[in-house]
Design a protein around this ligand. Structure first.
Ligand code: M6R
Length: 619
């Protein structure tokens, strides 16, 4: 949940502090309860930290400048242990002489027991965090060993839980040591300088060469070396890779918010995720999966595990996957999956969906599925993240970096990737003919242009959102693939506009939710196209009549040319027609734009909504 940055390099034009502050600005989406930095300054550790957003830390540094240094670490926090105060902000100092500074992402589960024994041994604590325990343990080990890497190794042996730790010691300038277990850490490989970060955004302004860190590993960086050992002390090497996006992709590029930019990037996110997936004969190829067709033919059940928006992408994909493959598909919240007794065996394919690839609940669900013998495929947007590494295979979405906390372009890319997986399974198992696969791929290829058409038509939706800035509650109805879109539309409004919003399956209305309808209640309705099987279109049009008759203000998302909705709609939001199963990629767009505009009209920070962080790396 927190963002961490480490840097070692020469103290020439660019000081360590500048590099770390730039990294923190790019990682602030991971948590913004407090921020802090530590540098080694003349054989001492100098720290600045402040509760609240990074701007507060900047003011603190302006008021109390730090000297140039070649070695620095920085942290942006999403509070877990201890409130979002100055004292609890990272870095924390360790040891009696306070010569060690440490930052942490994750939760040290046995911190209470460790703290009690440290207090009994006479150690004093300045914060309520679990992190300070780790700072003291590393510092005490350093006093014994005189070596920061070895000190880290001794300390992590005592820790339980999930953590990425970065430490610097005043007596070892030019060295940053990092350790990771179940929390993210990547290495940035520079020339005469090296970097550590929660993700590559931390150093993308300086290098696009990166190295993955494995589970239970310790990395030591100096300006010209990077060495990795396992927690047991044996040397190892990380996997190097080139980051295929640059600093500009992680900037707003003239947009007022990352969310606005990312909504606009959706045609490209879908297009890039579809890119290069067919061979010269029109067959779908997912080479990167590296799973034999035989194992896929043995699958008799699919379970999709994910959280939040990623879970809604799974709920959406279920309709297509079952329709195309005829394999039963369950979609489960990752945090529920492993605490019940799921029926999963070696014939089950568990697909995890995660933008960050670091969501702890999803990671644990994947590990549980593997323990049960399932085949696991990760649909992920972040190269080299933990979930793909812990899975049998990965299918990357190519949405580019998603910085806004509210997920938008990753959502459509996730649906697209899950559709590719479903189609591939259908092809491999012979359920769908080559012709049928090619037809669906052609329909998918048309989607980016249709999404662009919706984006070009959003003026009226923006106007409606501004009128509705004072709404107390908004309801969303959908049916079939429109149902998860109603849920996702409601989530967007909750998380960035802080408005009570609920999504319902339109067919469920008369079983309870219709009691919520009172005069003036705004209700968005995602209407299936007139060609949707089972006459679902007429059924939803009847639902609109039912709520309108009770005074609802109906905001209807309907295909171009669908005139049946007009008499019952207070507003019709038109979208281009597409085959039913592909409509979610289009109909979600007005709901994202609506939430963004309404939150903006309320003067809220849409990229960093209260209480949230981009990736939830704690349980
Ligand atoms: O990184 P992930 O896709 O695993 O994240 C899952 C959810 O935490 C995430 O989608 C969350 O619900 C977003 N804030 C939604 O906008």
């Amino acid at each position: 949940m927190c963002g961490i940055v480490g840097y070692v390099g020469p103290a020439v034009d660019e000081t360590a502090l500048d590099v770390v502050m730039e990294g923190l600005a790019r990682l602030e989406y991971r948590g913004y309860d407090s921020a802090g930095v530590a540098v080694i300054d003349d054989d001492e550790i100098a720290i600045r930290k402040r509760s609240g957003k990074l701007a507060n830390l900047r003011s603190e540094i302006s008021a109390h400048p730090l000297h140039a240094s070649s070695t620095a670490i920085g942290h942006t926090r999403w509070a877990t242990h201890g409130g979002p105060t100055d004292n609890n902000a990272h870095p924390h100092l360790g040891g009696q002489d306070r010569k060690l500074a440490l930052i942490h992402n994750g939760i040290i589960e046995n911190f209470h027991r460790l703290k009690t024994s440290l207090v009994d041994a006479g150690q004093s604590f300045l914060s309520e965090t679990d992190t300070e325990v780790a700072a003291h343990l590393v510092a005490m080990a350093y006093e014994r060993t005189g070596d920061l890497t070895e000190a880290m190794r001794e300390a992590v042996a005592q820790l339980e839980g999930a953590f990425t730790l970065l430490a610097i010691h005043a007596d070892q300038p030019g060295v940053v040591v990092g350790a990771r277990r179940n929390s993210p850490l990547v290495v940035g490989l520079g020339e005469g300088a090296n970097y550590l970060g929660s993700d590559v955004a931390a150093f993308i302004g300086h290098t696009r060469e990166a190295m993955e860190m494995g589970q239970d590993e310790i990395v030591t960086i100096t300006p010209d070396s990077v060495s990795v050992i396992r927690f047991d002390g044996t040397p190892t090497e990380g996997k190097r890779y080139h980051v295929d996006w640059d600093a500009a992709a992680a900037e707003k590029g003239g947009y007022p918010s990352f969310m606005a930019k990312e909504i606009d990037e959706q045609p490209q996110a879908i297009g890039d995720t579809l890119l290069g997936r067919t061979d010269s004969e029109g067959r779908l190829v997912l080479d990167e999966l590296r799973i034999s067709e035989d194992s896929l033919r043995e699958v008799d059940k699919i379970v999709i595990v994910a959280c939040g928006t990623a879970w809604y992408s799974g709920l959406t994909a279920k309709y297509a996957i079952e329709h195309w493959t005829r394999i039963p598909c369950e979609v489960e919240l990752a945090h529920e999956f492993r605490y019940r007794d799921p029926v999963v065996d070696e014939h089950t394919l568990v697909i995890s969906v995660s933008q960050s690839g670091e969501t702890m609940d999803t990671l644990m669900a994947v590990k549980h599925a593997r323990e049960l013998g399932a085949l696991t495929i990760s649909v992920c947007n972040t190269h080299g993240a933990t979930i793909p590494r812990e899975s049998d295979a990965v299918l990357y979405t190519h949405a580019g970096p998603e910085i806004a906390v509210a997920s938008t372009k990753a959502f459509v890319a996730q649906i697209t990737a899950c559709y590719l997986l479903g189609l591939y399974l259908a092809q491999v198992r012979g359920v769908a003919t080559g012709e049928r696969v090619a037809e669906i791929m052609a329909d998918l290829a048309d989607i980016p242009a249709k999404v662009q058409t919706v984006l070009d038509r959003m003026d009226r939706v923006r106007e409606i959102a501004r009128f509705m800035a004072d709404s107390r509650a908004v309801l969303f109805l959908g049916r079939h693939v429109g149902y998860p879109i109603a849920l996702e539309g409601a989530l967007k409004l909750k998380e960035i506009a802080y408005i009570h919003a609920e999504g319902f399956a339109a067919g469920e209305l008369k079983h309870g939710p219709i009691a919520l309808i009172e005069p003036g209640q705004p209700v968005f309705v995602v209407v299936p196209g007139p060609d949707t099987p089972h006459d679902l279109h007429s059924k939803v049009v009847s639902n609109i009549q039912e709520i309108r008759a009770r005074g609802a203000r109906t905001l209807v998302i309907a295909e171009d040319g669908d005139e049946a909705v007009v008499p019952f709609a207070d507003e019709v939001i038109r979208v281009p027609a597409a085959p039913t199963l592909l409509m979610p990629l289009i109909t979600i767009v007005p709901l994202q734009v609506f939430a963004l505009e309404l939150a903006t009209a309320k003067g809220l920070d849409v990229d960093q909504p209260r209480n949230l962080a981009k990736s939830v790396t704690v349980e």
